[in-house]
Design a protein around this ligand. Structure first.
Ligand SMILES: Cc1cc2nc3c(=O)[nH]c(=O)nc-3n(C[C@H](O)[C@H](O)[C@H](O)COP(=O)(O)OP(=O)(O)OC[C@H]3O[C@@H](n4cnc5c(N)ncnc54)[C@H](O)[C@@H]3O)c2cc1C
Length: 265
């Protein structure tokens, strides 16, 4: 019965790729079509803030499966393919480019995307988010050209990026709204230790900091962050606010800063 069925998986991240694997392992013998917006094989994101960011891991190692696996398991992987609409009653998906497709069963595994910083200047050049492999490549390059980075938000992955930036011998400022790092996750005692650890590693950590705007003399380029709270740090003209100069800025891209769509953390 399965052989006549088409199972379409929308989203070629780890959930989509593992779902395709599970279907084959469980004996589904119909057609599996895995549709992914990104131009690369499905990959795992945790190395983007650790080993891969630090150049300690090759791209091939972050893939969920090597390319031949999809051929060997008869999974039609279509990269650079964006699904623009789903018609559940007609069992059809529309694509940004190309003909619509039909399905018998469909899995939505479109993950998460960064919640963008909503302050003036956040769209300036040199403000980065970290979600996709190409974001990581840009960041890697930025680490080779910058001497200073400001990181907005302090979730787990972002702190891994702070550690990677320190390892790349950059000056790192982390702006965190809370009173301690990861307080709601770790509890006070562990959060105090964790906060002290990052400071001991040379991270300039500003707690209770709220970003008012991203600044720069050239309206297209970000070179600083203006804070809107009482942090007692002043550098540069601040019009009553506080400023952190930066060559590169990183917006928080996961944890509480992420719009959730499926299994995304
Ligand atoms: C830097 C970083 C570090 C992380 N570290 C950890 C960690 O240490 N531990 C942990 O548990 N989690 C970590 N996470 C979170 C973890 O990566 C996510 O939970 C996981 O990626 C979710 O997998 P997913 O397949 O559900 O979604 P995603 O990985 O987001 O994949 C969804 C895919 O669907 C595609 N897509 C979206 N919309 C469409 C569409 N309309 N058409 C076609 N394709 C579409 C997207 O392009 C994407 O490729 C980290 C995340 C990041 C960014």
């Amino acid at each position: 019965m399965d052989t006549k069925q088409t199972f379409v998986i929308i989203g070629a991240g780890i959930a989509g790729a593992k779902a395709a694997e599970a279907l084959r392992t469980e004996g589904f013998s119909g057609r599996i079509v895995l549709l992914g917006q990104e131009p690369v094989l499905p990959y795992e994101r945790p190395p983007l803030s650790t080993d891969y960011l630090q150049g300690k891991s090759e791209k091939a190692k972050i893939y969920v499966h090597p390319k031949p696996w999809y051929v060997g398991h008869d999974v039609e992987l279509r990269t650079s393919t964006t699904v623009t609409a789903i018609n559940p009653s007609g069992h059809r998906v529309s694509l940004a480019v190309g003909e619509p497709g039909c399905y018998d069963k469909m899995l939505l595994a479109t993950g998460a995307s960064p919640r963008l910083l909503s302050v003036p200047g956040a769209d300036r050049h040199r403000v980065y988010y970290l979600r996709r492999i190409e974001d990581c490549e840009q960041l890697k390059f930025a680490f080779t050209t910058a001497s200073r980075v400001v990181i907005v938000g302090a979730g787990w992955s972002v702190l891994e990026v702070a550690a990677a930036a320190r390892a790349a011998v950059l000056e790192v400022t982390v702006l965190e709204r809370g009173e301690l790092l990861l307080l709601h996750v770790l509890g006070r005692e562990a959060a105090e230790l964790f906060t002290a650890l990052h400071r001991a590693h040379g991270v300039d950590l500003r707690l209770g900091a709220r970003v008012a705007q991203i600044t720069g003399d050239d309206p297209r380029q970000a070179t600083g962050v203006e804070l809107d709270d009482g942090w007692p740090y002043r550098r540069g003209p601040g019009r009553g606010r506080h400023r952190c100069p930066a060559q590169h800025l990183l917006g928080q891209s996961c944890g509480s800063g992420t719009e959730q769509r499926s299994h995304g953390r």
